[in-house]
Ligand binder design. Structure first.
Ligand code: PLP
Length: 324
């Protein structure tokens, strides 16, 4: 079945969106059709999650690191941000509080507004932060049982053609084409290889494999996005005395892994049970993946004191009535 024919679930909207320093109703958060970034693909963005905490409130996971990456993406793209890092940090909290949400996905995006057209035009930069409720990105079942993945016919772009370290909208053509190809072929996700043929990453996730008890993940120098979840997993694994190596590996090495999983803010930690119709390990979530996933989910929900530095509480606890 063509991917486009699949039922698309509607976004679970919040009430307010932060736009250029003001909170506006969801339906009014609009831009002009001649918004420069819409035409030329230069908008920098982040995906961030906020998780419910034991006290009933919420906490944003690794907010400082996400804001930092947003500003680094802007710096790489020569985009002058109209707000400071501290202002963006506070605005992310504010948008959750204003929507009375203790759980959700946040999407800050900075873009060139309308004004002039042409590739060289530099219009004023605008910044928006939206939030909505987003469940398991690769499906609840995927989180538990693992997903089926296809190695893409598309290659991850080279760092000298597009600065791969930046999280820029234009890069996602590469990911969108790979993802749709995989979905249309009946898989759940795609993995892209780099220009030399080594495993790079998935369309919105970094990749890990386990072999003989060692965790391997492609190095950042290979032109992948430096995932914040990836870095959290490396720390969790090392804290558990699991050896982690940032090393290039080929697709056949991936086929023969004992375990494999993907990670990202949206996908969290999703096991991979099959790649190109080859079963990975026992064809289910492996023990090391399970252990890391479980610690990760406890950490984001404030149940692992060792990692509370990763959490930014959004405010005092929100009561169930206030959330309703
Ligand atoms: C291409 C790509 N790789 C990896 C990731 C994972 O990054 P993070 O863990 O910071 O969300 C993302 C998501 O932002 C992504 O879009």
């Amino acid at each position: 079945m063509a991917a486009s024919a699949k039922k698309v679930e509607k976004l679970k909207e919040s009430t307010l969106i932060w736009m250029d320093g003001k909170l506006v109703p969801w339906a009014d958060a609009k831009v002009h059709v001649l918004t420069h970034s819409l035409h030329y693909g230069v908008a920098v963005f982040e995906g961030i999650r906020c998780y419910p905490q034991p006290n009933g409130g919420g906490a944003i996971f690794r907010l400082r690191e996400h804001v930092r990456r947003l500003f680094e993406s802007a710096h790489i793209c020569l985009m002058e941000m109209p707000f400071t890092k501290d202002e963006v940090f506070e605005a992310c909290k504010q948008v959750m509080i204003a929507n009375k949400m203790n759980e959700g996905y946040l999407r800050p995006i900075a873009y060139y507004s309308d004004g002039l057209m042409g590739v060289g035009a530099v219009n004023p930069v605008r910044l928006t932060i939206a939030t909505w409720f987003w469940g398991a990105y690769l499906g609840e079942e995927g989180l538990k049982k693992g997903i089926r993945v296809k190695i893409s016919s598309y290659t991850r772009m080279h760092m000298n053609s597009d600065p791969t370290r930046a999280k820029v909208t234009g890069h996602y053509l590469n990911g969108v084409l790979a993802k749709r190809e995989a979905l249309m072929a009946g898989y759940d996700e795609a993995i892209l290889l780099d220009q030399q043929g080594y495993v790079a990453e998935a369309t919105g996730e970094n990749v890990f494999i386990v072999r003989d008890g060692v965790l391997y993940t492609p190095p950042v120098a290979g032109g992948i996005l430096e995932g914040i979840t990836r870095e959290s997993i490396i720390r969790i694994a090392r804290d558990k005395n699991v050896q982690v190596e940032e090393r290039r590996f080929s697709r056949d090495y991936l086929y023969c892994a004992d375990e494999a999983f993907m990670c990202g803010t949206a996908a969290e930690i999703t096991p991979v049970r099959e790649v190109d119709d080859r079963r990975i390990g026992a064809g289910e979530m492996g023990p090391i993946t399970r252990e890391i996933q479980s610690t990760f989910f406890r950490a984001v929900r404030g149940l692992e004191p060792r990692y509370t530095e990763w959490l930014t509480p959004i405010e005092a606890p929100i009561s169930a009535e206030a959330r309703a």
